[in-house]
Design a binder for this molecule. Structure first.
Ligand SMILES: [Zn+2]
Length: 348
């Protein structure tokens, strides 16, 4: 599916993003996979349902085309990883990502299954030239309910142990309905930082704190941490971004796109503490079945732009609120990620 960029989208970029984004950008959160890796219909999906409506594959070439369309005049380097779902042949996806990453000299993470023994995982990572792991809650034991899962159910301590020795990056999508503010999530983040000092942990989507209520006591807890990093992929909440930047500083916040998901057109609102994606009518199936999707009318549709642009506009607002200098913007969009990738390469 080629991306159609409207005059309105172009105006958003030219008027609000062109003077904000640096020339060189690293995207720490990009999924690449082929629909051929799907092994059958999905037996269970724990993640957000609406995300599946956007794309059923993304090659590095399509990703590069998307960057060219959405970031005109910028050079964007991705950190690649597969599509972490149970209906995907993960071994095949990982092997393909490794080959693609080698071809493009791009860094890549290995999608990790919790049941894989640490020595086996180490061998897969070394053979594939990966610089870290992408675990996902979908791979937690099937009998666990959404609020019974903890991060260690899909990112076992044995994997953290080897990751710490190797200096790997780990891209962690937090489980549980209270998101970043969940006390167990916060306690385990602190435990990972203290017990596995070599791990370079990136908490994806700012811990899924899409609304102010999702922060809970995160600010008080995270203020005492030193290394945990956060990507703001698929997050459009400027207030949350401001709080996180204030708490951990620009050196621990990184740009991630979560493409292809953020190719979607939407505007996100918080209603009673829950996020709602306002989307164009008829574009994404199953709107009625999903409490997070609401279709807007024709007039409002005109004002919708890409999810990715909404994410970037929110970061711009946070940076403006905090009056961060250009060096901080460069850190968020490139230098923080480069330093982490370099550290992972060095310690291998
Ligand atoms: Zn993702």
């Amino acid at each position: 599916m080629t991306l159609s960029v409207s005059p309105h989208d172009r105006a958003v970029f030219q008027e609000s993003l062109a003077d904000f984004l640096p020339d060189d950008i690293v995207d720490v959160h990009a999924h690449v996979w082929l629909r051929a890796f799907a092994t059958g219909p999905t037996p269970m999906v724990r993640g957000a349902q609406w995300a599946l409506a956007v794309a059923d594959e993304q090659t590095p070439e399509v990703l590069a085309d998307t960057y060219a369309a959405l970031f005109p005049g910028r050079r964007v380097t991705p950190v690649l990883f597969g599509w972490p779902e149970r209906y995907i042949d993960i071994a095949a996806n990982n092997a393909w990502v490794a080959a693609q990453a080698r071809q493009q000299s791009a860094p890549a993470l290995c999608v990790s299954l919790p049941e894989t023994p640490a020595e086996t995982l180490d061998a897969i990572v070394q053979a594939g030239g990966f610089i870290g792991l992408k675990p996902y809650l979908e791979f937690a034991p099937r009998h666990l309910g959404p609020d019974e899962i903890s991060s260690f159910d899909f990112l076992p301590r044995a994997h953290l142990e080897i990751a710490s020795q190797r200096g790997w990056i780990i891209m962690l999508h937090l489980p549980r309905s209270r998101r970043l503010g969940d006390p167990l999530n916060l306690a385990q983040l602190v435990e990972i930082e203290q017990t596995y000092p070599g791990v370079q942990l990136i908490v994806a989507h700012l811990g899924r704190a899409y609304c102010p209520e999702d922060l809970g006591d995160a600010v008080a807890v995270l203020r005492r941490t030193e290394r945990l990093a956060f990507d703001f992929s698929a997050n459009t909440n400027a207030w949350v971004m401001t709080e996180l930047l204030r708490t951990v500083g620009a050196s621990r916040v990184l740009f991630g796109s979560d493409l292809p998901i953020t190719r979607m057109r939407l505007r996100r609102e918080c209603r009673q503490g829950t996020y709602v994606n306002l989307v164009p009518p008829g574009l994404y199936a199953d709107v009625d079945a999903d409490p997070h999707l609401v279709e807007v009318g024709a007039a409002e549709t005109e004002s919708l732009t890409f999810f990715l642009y909404e994410e970037l506009l929110a970061m711009r607002q946070a940076v403006t609120t905090l009056r961060l200098p250009a060096t901080a913007v460069e850190a968020i969009f490139a230098t923080n990620a480069r330093a982490m990738v370099a550290r992972a390469h060095r310690s291998r």
